[in-house]
Design a protein. Structure first.
Length: 167
């Protein structure tokens, strides 16, 4: 597996469904430095794997509550990313954006909260795919991306962008 063409995407099934949620308020984005698990040490949005019996939206809210001690208000679905790793692991990430939250972000066992200006997102400390789709999310577009990784290294990617409907 060296390119996306090596994968049968029609029958592809992720080992783990998961969510990522970005809180964006006052031209700032709330990110985390992950302390453990997949991507430990990297900066990302709060998120994690879907638990049995919960919806994706419930998962998105729960993960933010667990990792940052806040509750995102009205998270909206904005895109999905399909990740295949060369070691066989795969994850299907559903991404949400919330424009408000209740509570006060706190450090937890899993995450350190970090606020960044929207024009100063630290892509060099994030997963390699983030610089591809986060700018689209920030424009209000929805997206569907497919990514092939060997460990932390992105080997190939493809992003479909669906422009925000004006109205």
């Amino acid at each position: 597996m060296q390119t996306l063409q090596d994968i049968d995407w029609d029958s592809w099934q992720a080992k783990d469904p998961a969510t990522l949620t970005f809180v964006i308020k006052d031209e700032q984005i709330l990110l985390i430095r992950k302390k453990r698990g997949l991507g430990a040490g990297k900066i990302n949005g709060p998120g994690g794997r879907l638990e049995s019996g919960e919806t994706l939206l419930e998962c998105a809210i729960r993960e933010v509550q667990e990792e940052l001690c806040i509750t995102p208000v009205n998270p909206e679905f904005c895109g999905e990313s399909l990740f295949q790793f060369t070691d066989g692991y795969s994850i299907h990430v559903h991404t949400y954006v919330a424009r408000d939250f209740t509570g006060s972000p706190e450090e937890t066992d899993e995450a350190i909260p970090l606020w960044f200006s929207l024009d100063q997102i630290p892509y060099d400390e994030m997963w390699a795919d983030d610089i591809i789709w986060i700018p689209e999310m920030l424009k209000g577009n929805t997206f569907k991306g497919r990514y092939l990784f060997d460990g932390d290294r992105m080997l190939d990617h493809h992003l479909d962008v669906f422009l925000k409907k004006m109205g």
